[in-house]
Design a protein around this ligand. Structure first.
Ligand SMILES: Cc1cc2nc3c(=O)[nH]c(=O)nc-3n(C[C@H](O)[C@H](O)[C@H](O)COP(=O)(O)OP(=O)(O)OC[C@H]3O[C@@H](n4cnc5c(N)ncnc54)[C@H](O)[C@@H]3O)c2cc1C
Ligand code: FES
Length: 322
């Protein structure tokens, strides 16, 4: 039976990609080595693009030196960088779920870390990212010796994007904890642009600070700071979920947080769409290295850097079944 998976890169300027050349395309059955067209892709035919490109992939994403325009300490373990990139890259990253790989310019490419883009100034060609220092890669990046290298654009930082892009004039709840605030900032702006009423719950978490305040303060949304690890915090979230009839709920944080929200939603009569941060370990972002491989229901392994996975199934499987 054919695989019907949604590839985040399908139809983009980076499609078809390396996977097509290896007969491993996520979307196109011809480019999986089969005889018949059996895909659910509604955009320009990926196989046709492949043939027109001379039976080859399209262009590959590039790495760019990025000038650090500003570096702001947010807390003991977190900094925000404002980076000058090309205007084209800034435009490509101006979307919820967008992220880049970044590393200290002096380090080899295996120091690349995926970082969500939390704000974009297309006119100036600038992006902002928040970096929480954890281990070897992020320590090096927090104190770059001779600048930063950025590779992108990538878009699969959020799972459930079709719901995010589809909901209009609805009632939405955005829950963001710790470094999960970074991808949440663009989600809030996007939902408000779609005419949605948005309530934002933000928890400083391990970052120890709310750092998206400036990005959302002028937007027409209600913002509330809570400790989501406290009984009181959980009670408030559960009450909103129960009483406010949301069309969509976004969770920016750990898989454990996502699972708690999914379980609460399961108790509701009218179930909102769930959109979450993609917490897989992502190294190449191109479907090649395999670090993000995840098993889905059918037992098939898929690349979480490329595929818009079913949120509920993947979180339940990962947390409950290990
Ligand atoms: C799409 C995406 C967007 C992200 N956005 C941000 C962000 O905006 N700000 C931020 O501070 N962090 C973000 N992260 C997480 C960040 O990439 C990791 O914290 C970082 O790679 C850790 O590397 P390390 O060497 O410092 O730590 P390590 O000591 O190697 O690991 C610390 C923790 O990070 C996880 N991790 C390690 N490598 C990766 C990896 N390549 N991808 C994902 N998780 C990894 C490990 O499983 C472990 O839980 C994002 C991750 C993804 C997948
Ligand atoms: S991150 Fe390399 S295959 Fe997904």
């Amino acid at each position: 039976m054919g695989r019907k998976l949604e590839c985040i890169d399908a139809g983009s300027e980076y499609c078809p990609c390396f996977l097509a050349e290896a007969n491993e395309c996520i979307t196109c059955s011809h480019l999986q080595g089969r005889e018949f067209c059996d895909c659910n892709w509604r955009g320009v035919c990926i196989y046709q693009e492949y043939v027109w490109a001379g039976n080859r992939k399209k262009e590959v994403r590039s790495s760019y030196p990025a000038t650090v325009m500003e570096k702001r300490d947010i807390s003991q373990n977190t900094v925000v960088f404002r980076l000058k990139v090309t205007k084209t890259l800034a435009r490509q990253l101006d979307s919820p779920g967008a992220y880049v790989f970044m590393r200290d310019k002096e380090k080899p490419s295996f120091f690349d870390v995926p970082m969500s883009v939390m704000a974009v100034d297309v006119a100036k060609g600038e992006i902002q990212v928040a970096l929480q220092v954890q281990g070897a890669k992020t320590k090096a990046l927090a104190e770059p010796e001779k600048g930063i290298v950025v590779r992108g654009p990538y878009w699969n930082g959020i799972l459930g994007q079709r719901y995010l892009k589809g909901v209009k004039n609805g009632n939405c709840l955005v829950i963001a904890r710790g470094i999960g605030q970074a991808p949440a900032a663009k989600v809030v702006a996007y939902l408000i642009r779609g005419g949605n009423k948005v309530r934002v719950i933000v928890d400083p978490g391990k970052v120890g600070a709310v750092f998206i305040g400036d990005l959302i303060k002028d937007l027409p949304c209600e913002v509330e700071e809570l400790d989501l690890n406290s009984r009181q915090g959980i009670k408030v979230v559960n009450r909103y979920l129960k009483n406010e009839n949301h069309e969509l709920v976004f969770s920016g944080g750990s898989d454990k947080q996502h699972l708690h929200i999914i379980k609460e939603i399961d108790k509701l009569a009218q179930k909102p769409f769930i959109v979450v941060t993609n917490n897989n370990e992502i190294c190449c972002g191109e479907g090649i290295c395999g670090s993000c491989s995840t098993r889905i229901d059918s037992g098939v392994r898929v690349k979480a850097c490329k595929v818009q996975l079913d949120v509920r199934r993947v979180i339940e499987r990962r947390i409950l079944n290990g």
